[in-house]
Design a protein around this ligand. Structure first.
Ligand code: ADP
Ligand code: MG
Length: 201
């Protein structure tokens, strides 16, 4: 079995975050946690590549539609449709427009519980309801109500893999094996070694 410190997750800094000059802020938040950046590049993706990314997980269409319906219901608002797949078809069309509208930054972060901790720091899908202290909660104002009214994707600055299995499919979708660097950072001893050694003379 792999050590938990080997866990990897994919993060995309979306075009709106780059326009908002938030690259440094976003990288800082994952970096200061103790995660290690093992892959990094800037690209302008094609619509096909974006669609491929979101449809890697066959359940994504259903889950995303249902999540949207639940969010409307929790506010006592009627959802845009009762059919989750109809909702997601629209979201996917708009995501392709959103993510191809400018450069994005693709990153792979590695460390214990990387998938879960990156999601925690990133916040929930809808910035409006994302907790204070998360990236989506602290740096942007968007909501499903606004994005649906304007027929566009919700602008939430970041994509982060939702589960370990999602990460395992998404990383090879964006990176070739040789683009991921296997290296050590010195603070890994302090985070992961059984004994704290070599501190005192
Ligand atoms: P997350 O990015 O939090 O994992 P999802 O995988 O459910 O969220 O959705 C992917 C992306 O699609 C979101 O980050 C957001 O940009 C967009 N999106 C999701 N749901 C909606 C919605 N109801 N209306 C508009 N855009 C949405
Ligand atoms: Mg997702």
């Amino acid at each position: 079995m792999k050590h938990p410190k080997e866990e990897r997750t994919l993060v995309l800094i979306k075009p709106d975050a780059i326009q908002r000059a938030l690259i440094g802020e976003i990288v800082r938040r994952y970096e200061r946690l103790g995660l290690k950046l093992i892959g990094l590049k800037m690209v302008v993706p094609t619509a096909e590549h974006v669609e491929g990314h979101y449809t890697l997980d066959p359940s994504w269409r259903k889950v995303t539609g249902e999540k949207t319906i639940a969010s409307y219901r929790s506010r006592n608002l009627p959802p845009p449709s009762e059919d989750p797949l109809e909702i997601t078809a629209k979201i996917l069309k708009n995501l392709k427009k959103y993510l191809t509208s400018g450069p994005i930054i693709c990153m792979v972060w590695q460390g214990a519980h990387a998938v879960e901790l990156v999601r925690k720091i990133t916040g929930g899908t809808e910035p409006r309801t994302s907790p204070v202290g998360t990236i989506r909660g602290d740096f942007v104002v968007d909501s499903y109500v606004m994005s649906d009214a304007d027929d566009r994707a919700v602008r939430n600055l970041i994509h982060a893999s939702g589960s370990i299995s999602e990460a395992e499919m998404e990383i090879p979708h964006w990176f070739e094996k040789k683009e991921l660097i296997d290296y050590k950072v010195t603070h890994e001893d302090i985070l992961y070694e059984k004994e704290l050694r070599g501190i005192l003379p």
